[in-house]
Design a protein around this ligand. Structure first.
Ligand SMILES: Cc1cc2nc3c(=O)[nH]c(=O)nc-3n(C[C@H](O)[C@H](O)[C@H](O)COP(=O)(O)O)c2cc1C
Length: 256
């Protein structure tokens, strides 16, 4: 079974491609339940984006609470804009606490979705297109490895520079202080189309009686609402001023 979490569609695309190539069923993590794991389930593939060089807290919560069958093999396929630090070690450690058999960990570079810090923005059209094409090929190789059923451990990830500082110092700070939904608000250009509401994987956004989005407190900070808005009307304080948007296409293209 492939369990996926995605705010902007990259990890959903990755999960769908893996599902198609391996034949495994795919389930969105936010609706996954322990009774979905049948006796035939031999492996679980966790597909999710990297947040600040770590595993998104919402994914960690499911890793802690889902009751998966003993003896299944676990694989991680994370998507990232650039690099993942030691997120694979965090994933292995978290599942390891429950005695799970963690076999492989892969990272797949895809278009960047994070824009909330100075100097960070989405990729140009060309860069994003190149990343998507390379990701489609890489996922084919990853699917072949997973479908092969080997239990030989593999770690094939891009760590980037200073992974320890990124994952062990910046990640905890980010989770504690930089994931609040409070700065989200609609600009006057909001057209009340409700796309932010429907894209939110946490069901955390509603339209008020004037048709303007209101954020609740279950935010995963995935930025799906920001990136999907057709009028660039979703703002996060002033941090989104001058920034660009990216949302994944429906599919990788011709062979998908
Ligand atoms: C809150 C947040 C933090 C992020 N942190 C990182 C990071 O540390 N390293 C990285 O390469 N990409 C980072 N990204 C980019 C995403 O991991 C990447 O674009 C991913 O493919 C998005 O997946 P999705 O479309 O399934 O949401 C971050 C994105 C968000 C929203």
């Amino acid at each position: 079974m492939i369990l996926w979490f995605s705010g902007n569609g990259n990890s959903r695309l990755a999960a769908e491609r893996l599902g198609k190539l391996t034949g495994d069923s795919i389930v969105e993590l936010t609706v996954a339940r322990s009774d979905m794991f049948t006796a035939e389930c031999k492996r679980i593939v966790w597909v999710f984006p990297i947040y600040s060089w770590g595993v998104p807290p919402i994914v960690l919560a499911f890793m802690r609470h889902l009751d998966f069958p003993a003896g299944v093999c676990h694989h991680m396929v994370c998507t990232c804009g650039d690099d993942i630090g030691y997120a694979d070690r965090q994933w292995r450690a978290e599942l390891g606490k429950r005695g799970a058999k963690c076999i492989s960990a892969f990272s797949v570079t895809m278009p960047n979705t994070y824009v909330l810090l100075p100097g960070m923005d989405t990729d140009s059209r060309d860069v994003a297109g190149g990343k998507l094409a390379a990701a489609a090929d890489r996922l084919k190789d990853i699917a072949a490895y997973i479908a092969g059923g080997t239990e030989e451990p593999v770690t094939d990830v891009v760590r980037g520079v200073c992974p320890w500082i990124k994952s062990r110092v910046i990640y905890p700070f980010f989770v504690k202080h930089m994931m609040s939904p409070k700065p989200f608000h609609p600009e006057d250009s909001c057209i009340s189309c409700g796309r932010c509401v429907s894209v939110c994987p946490m069901n955390n956004i509603r339209l008020d009686d004037r048709g303007r989005p209101v954020w609740g407190d279950r935010c995963a900070l995935c930025l799906g609402c920001y990136n999907v808005c057709p009028t660039h009307a979703v703002a996060y304080g002033r941090r989104t001023v001058g920034k660009h948007q990216y949302h994944a296409p429906e599919s990788f293209g011709a062979d998908d």
